[in-house]
Write a protein that binds this ligand. Structure first.
Ligand code: PHE
Length: 335
């Protein structure tokens, strides 16, 4: 009896020691014709008759256990071998296929360049909703109800809300939220009811720069414009002001830059004029300051609105705004 237990213990130890790689050796040691189990079977006739039956039964059990264990071990081994063979089929030393790597959209590349410049100039950033009230988009910016100036920006309505038509919609929000002195960039996506063309798209990106404090005037405006435009186009940029009308600034200006392509000689980008129309600007209207809770007798400010799309197109030489929105990877990955 003890002998069988001894063999069982020995087998457990061998199982660990031989492992899957030597399953066959283990089989030979225990289960072959000259193996340990056969030796034990041969012993049965030599036992006293009253022990043979019990010994035989236990020996059988032990044999089955050993067979099952070795079978399992052999299977594990053959799985491993076929796995190794598969790995060899896929030559692991070959170079892998690289998935294509994306790049930042050119519009956001340009936007981030612009924001970086204003960050360095000490501006903070203020965010507002795209779905806006008539009050912030128009009324607080001194567009009276039914005033024809509202038609300057064909508006998309959602119920009695408007999809903001310009980032200036955040001016009064920023004044109310942050107070004065204020020096902030108000960036965001804006919407207009517009036929799609090479120059117009019904959704685009703008930001307003809004600076309000004591004694702020046109000189600050001009310096800020020249500084940021020169940094963005990486050359000294000359600006000129043309009088223009926006209800929320007084005086209001259209700002042109000396054409960054031809240097003013005239080319097809500037239409031969030597100047590029790039943004609207002016001194903040006293009514707007009042709506923002700021005393216009004590404080003054300037604002300008920049079309991010236009700046992107000028800097990267893109002649069709649709390219910025239609997601053609061949175009986008080339920039
Ligand atoms: N919001 C104006 C537009 O979208 C631009 C502008 C901004 C003009 C700030 C003056 C001052 O056309």
């Amino acid at each position: 009896m003890n002998e069988l237990e001894e063999v069982a213990r020995q087998f457990e130890a061998d199982l660990l020691e031989f492992g899957a790689a030597r399953a066959e050796e283990l089989r030979i040691k225990y289960l072959s014709k000259k193996g340990i189990i056969s030796k034990l079977i041969e012993k049965i006739p030599t036992l006293p008759p009253d022990q043979r039956r019990d010994f035989g039964k236990r020996l059988n059990e032990l044999k089955s256990r050993i067979e099952a264990s070795i079978k399992q071990l052999a299977e594990a081994q053959s799985d491993r071998v076929s796995f190794e063979v598969k790995l060899l089929d896929n030559d692991l030393t070959l170079e892998g296929k690289r998935p294509p790597v994306g790049n930042k959209h050119v519009l956001f590349k340009a936007r981030d360049e612009l924001f970086e410049i204003f960050k360095h100039m000490g501006f903070s950033f203020f965010d507002g909703p795209e779905l806006e009230t008539d009050f912030y988009n128009f009324e607080a910016l001194n567009f009276p109800p039914y005033h024809p100036a509202r038609d300057m920006q064909d508006t998309l309505m959602v119920g009695d809300m408007v999809l903001r038509t310009h980032s200036s919609a955040m001016q009064v929000r920023a004044l109310q939220a942050l107070g004065v002195p204020l020096k902030a960039i108000l960036p965001g996506r804006v919407y207009r009811r517009e036929e799609v063309s090479a120059r117009k798209y019904p959704v685009f990106y703008q930001f307003d720069a809004l600076v309000v404090g004591e004694g702020i005037g046109v000189g600050h405006l001009k310096w800020t414009l020249e500084t940021f435009l020169s940094a963005f186009f990486k050359k000294k940029v000359e600006v000129r002001f043309r009088p223009s009308y926006f209800p929320f600034v007084e005086p209001g200006n259209e700002v042109d830059v000396r054409c960054v392509f031809c240097g003013g000689k005239g080319c097809n980008v500037c239409g031969g004029t030597g100047w590029l129309e790039i943004l609207g600007a002016g001194l903040v209207h006293p009514k707007v300051l009042e709506y923002g809770g700021v005393d216009p007798k004590r404080f003054s400010g300037f604002a300008f609105g920049v079309g991010v799309d236009r700046m992107t197109m000028l800097k990267y030489g893109i002649n069709d705004i649709r390219l910025l929105y239609e997601g053609d990877v061949r175009f986008l990955s080339s920039l």
